[in-house]
Ligand binder design. Structure first.
Ligand code: FCB
Length: 462
């Protein structure tokens, strides 16, 4: 790394880390929390690696104060965490459970006490099971309930939390949750997936409107926009495949969010799978509620080719028979995801160009690598020499810097993730943390990447 050039980020660039409630909290039956779709899904045989669940996870619910102390030691300026809706409304709607709010109240105060800015995500995939029993995101009412929930959380934390984001990666919630069933609630129905896209966006819009009325200054959401590239830029078929996949992944969210409504080509595609009557008059106006920040989560690029008889992608309804998703080419992370930092520069530039005026923040970026506690650790302190993660983060930070140098408005960077945690369908076998977690003892050990990141933050650069 030392041979590479030094880079400085803009003054006021924000550094931090991100986590999500179900992935770290544990304590799933405590203080009145109701079940979420991930409790149900992880207990369904065959859904999550070796039947792992979030029952205990990193036990952050009880260890949050030590975790925050560690964040402060690392120099984090911002901490992005999510609120578990089933702690706040165990039945998904109706009565508020004050004990659920108490936890986040304590967390926020502890963060502020250490000089760390709390960055709230209201929904990171743990829908109350009671709402799923009534149709979940395929059903319009869930969007309305979401806005009520948002208001309840804000009423308690709004005096101290400045940054409010509604959804994390609605693409995953809709297409993986309702389309190919890889995530909770595990449904496999293209029509339900498209209805879920709309109701998630509507929920975002309704919640944003309510939060704005309640006085929130910095409001936004996080997407996982894809850097979709053609196998061959000179092939018209490949370029058409890019357009289709980009429509289903990016434009279906970004266009309505920024006031342009759903793109005509995407609507036409959706209508081949389901009657889009769930999009009602006025909805697009609600979805276009102004936002102050777009969170961008980026891990890996997507390469596609237009090919008759192509296998398509299970997460992209209607791409079978026309699109081939190219197998990833190394180097890969342990998830099998291609490592291509240039994809992040391209993605940021594209969003900056096509959706101008939207401040961006990297709300997740990081890598799973086969860390072994003790690697490079002769003293048995648990030290993890995760040089591959350091290289991944260094490369992606350079990519962010490049986008900024080219004029894109990127305000900050939050690493995924602070801790090793429950990686959804992969359970605990994939480790993304800059801090190692020993799940038997709950001992935390900062990896080499944590020490490296601490220095990056201290010098505001590489
Ligand atoms: C993102 C999720 C996050 C984590 C990373 C690896 O899609 O938002 O919770 O699982 O991927």
């Amino acid at each position: 790394m030392s041979a590479r050039s030094e880079l400085r980020f803009p003054e006021n660039f924000v550094w931090g880390a991100a986590t999500a409630a179900y992935q770290i909290e544990g304590a799933v039956r405590e203080d009145g929390r109701g079940p979420s779709i991930w409790d149900t899904f992880s207990r369904t045989p065959g859904k999550v690696f070796q039947g792992h669940t979030g029952d205990v996870a990193c036990d952050h619910y009880h260890r949050y104060a030590d975790d925050v102390a560690m964040m402060a030691e690392l120099g984090l300026q911002t901490y992005r965490f999510s609120i578990a809706w089933p702690r706040i409304q165990p039945d998904g709607s109706g009565p508020i459970n004050p004990r659920g709010l108490d936890f986040y109240d304590r967390l926020v105060d502890t963060l502020l006490g250490r000089g760390i800015d709390p960055f709230v995500t209201l929904y990171h995939w743990d829908l109350p099971q009671a709402l799923q029993d009534r149709g979940g995101w395929a059903c319009r009412q869930t969007a309305e309930h979401f806005a009520d929930y948002a208001v309840a959380v804000h009423a308690r934390l709004g005096d101290r939390v400045r940054t409010w984001t509604t959804l994390n990666e609605p693409w995953c919630s809709a297409y993986l949750g309702y389309g190919n069933g890889v995530h909770a609630p595990g449904e496999r129905d293209a029509g339900a997936a498209f209805a879920a896209v709309h109701h998630l966006l509507l929920g975002h819009g309704l919640a944003s409107r309510a939060l704005r009325a309640a006085g929130v200054a910095t409001l936004g959401l996080t997407l996982n926009p894809a850097d979709v590239q053609p196998a061959d830029a000179a092939s018209a078929a490949d370029v058409a495949a890019v357009r289709l996949v980009d429509g289903l992944h990016n434009r279906i969210f970004l266009d309505p969010l920024t006031g342009a409504g759903y793109p005509a080509d995407v609507l036409e595609h959706v209508a081949r799978h389901v009657d889009p009557a769930f999009i009602r008059d006025g909805d697009e106006k609600v979805i276009a509620a102004p936002i102050d920040l777009l969170g961008v989560n980026y891990y890996s690029p997507t390469y596609v080719a237009g090919r008759a008889g192509g296998a398509g992608g299970s997460a992209y309804p209607g791409t079978d028979g026309v699109v081939e998703f190219l197998p990833p080419v190394g180097p890969l992370t342990e998830m099998g995801w291609m490592i291509e930092p240039a994809g992040l520069t391209r993605l940021l530039e594209r969003i900056g160009a096509d959706y101008p005026g939207l401040p961006l923040m990297i709300t997740e970026n990081g890598g799973a690598f086969p860390d072994k506690a003790g690697a490079g650790d002769p003293d048995g302190t648990g030290w993890v020499a995760d040089t591959d993660r350091v290289a991944y983060l260094d490369g992606h930070l350079r990519a962010v810097h490049e986008a900024i140098a080219r004029g894109v408005d990127v305000r900050g960077y939050l690493v995924w993730s602070l801790l090793d945690n429950f990686e959804w369908a992969e359970g605990y076998r994939k480790r993304f943390g800059i801090v190692h977690v020993d799940y038997l003892t709950q001992r935390r050990t900062p990896k080499e990447s944590a020490r490296w990141y601490q220095e990056v933050i201290a010098r505001n650069g590489l």
